[in-house]
Design a protein around this ligand. Structure first.
Ligand code: ATP
Length: 364
């Protein structure tokens, strides 16, 4: 549905997008994820036609689209600020963009009714914008875009103005809505949990470039570089020594964890014989009393932080430069372990990932 080919964007001498290429399928929920300033909004606005890339081409449904103005593209955008008219009621807001299509009054009414049904606002058509909650306003904004029946819906941080609980509810709704309407959704977000929960695939961006594109599970469990790993959540990084290299795998000595075999990430080169490996905090597990595991280490709790359903532990291990981070559910009393306590932990050597070097920053 969307094919982005070698797109770059300069603002003066500042490079906001650096040779970005990617394809997004029909009916896919695709997220652009990255820190502030990484270029994700610029890329989304380029697809919409609100920005013109300096180089490259964007095909939408097979059509080269850079020469087309926004209203000639089969896309519609939902903005972070709801962008709804306060003096119009909900139905009038949703009907607004339809005016230029000059539909019959019956057809227009039907399309507005369908759009309001989709976002579960039927019955609220006569309400004014100021009589709506934040979540309802965001649904009006969604209905306004969906009523145009775009092939691609572009969402620029649409939930970031909502409080945490409402945002989580709307995330579920957004995903359900996308599956129901079946059109391509492209979401810009800096919230890794939002991207993980909603997307079929995620593109992680840094410094105007794509660092990795993969499914949520793949990108979380098999981040390609240290920066991607770090952005997606907690990760224990370890310096390791290469013991041997095969076509697709590398065996390394991961300090106190011993020898582990790892899948080679794309773009991996172990020039120095030293590599960085990572293991997520929740892949380390506390062992209690008589628990035994094939792979164990002993350590001492250096810090403990209680988060309600889980406790975060920092555990010092003799022979490791950095303490390890662990996340334990509170079912077994991890929240009661005192700082200084000796503990045993289990790990699975398959949970380690080998991380490729991040490319140097190329921005002017
Ligand atoms: P955020 O999450 O903060 O919106 P982003 O990842 O969406 O960040 P962009 O808005 O795409 O980032 O901006 C990418 C870079 O380009 C930023 O460093 C920004 O300052 C710069 N930039 C964006 N728009 C312009 C502009 N009109 N003129 C000059 N620089 C711009």
């Amino acid at each position: 549905m969307i094919q982005i080919e070698k797109v770059s964007k300069f603002y003066g001498i500042y490079m906001a997008l650096d040779d970005v290429s990617l394809s997004i399928g029909e009916g896919e929920f695709f997220s652009l994820l990255g820190p502030s300033g990484c270029g994700k909004t610029t890329l989304l606005r380029s697809i919409a036609g609100f920005e013109t890339p300096t180089a490259g081409e964007i095909y939408i449904d097979g059509v080269p689209s850079l020469a087309l103005p926004p209203n000639k593209r089969p896309t519609n955008m939902v903005f972070q600020s709801y962008a709804i008219f306060p003096h119009l009621d909900v139905a009038e807001n949703v009907a607004y963009g339809l005016k230029r299509l000059k539909l019959s009054p019956e057809e227009e009414k039907k399309r507005v009714g369908d759009a309001l049904d989709m976002v579960r606002l039927s019955g609220l058509g006569q309400r004014k914008a100021h009589e709506l909650s934040g979540g309802q306003r965001q649904r009006v904004a969604l209905a306004r875009a969906l009523v145009m029946r775009p092939k691609v819906l572009l969402l620029d941080e649409p939930l970031s103005a909502l409080d945490k609980k409402l945002r989580e509810e709307m995330q579920v709704e957004l995903r359900t809505l996308q599956k129901a309407v079946g059109i391509t959704f492209i979401l810009v977000t800096h919230d890794q949990y939002e991207a993980l929960a909603l997307s079929d695939r995620i593109a992680v961006m840094f410094g105007g470039r794509i660092a990795q594109i993969a499914s949520p599970k793949e990108i979380y469990q098999r981040p390609r570089t240290r920066k991607v790993a770090d952005f997606l959540g907690g990760m224990n990084f370890l310096n390791a020594k290469v013991l041997g290299e095969q076509a697709n795998a590398v065996s390394v000595d991961a300090a106190r964890f011993g020898a582990v075999n790892l899948v080679k990430p794309q773009g991996f080169a172990a020039a120095s014989g030293h590599v960085t490996v990572g293991i997520r905090p929740e892949r380390l597990r506390l062992l209690w009393d008589d628990d035994r595991a094939p792979h164990e280490l002993t350590g001492r709790i250096e810090n403990r932080a209680y988060f309600g359903e889980v406790t975060h532990l920092t555990v010092g291990i003799d022979g490791l430069e950095q303490p390890l981070s662990m996340v334990e559910t509170n079912n077994f009393g991890a929240d009661d372990l005192p700082v200084g306590a000796e503990i045993r932990l289990a790990y699975d050597p398959d949970a380690f990932v080998l991380l490729a070097e991040d490319p140097p920053v190329s921005r002017v």
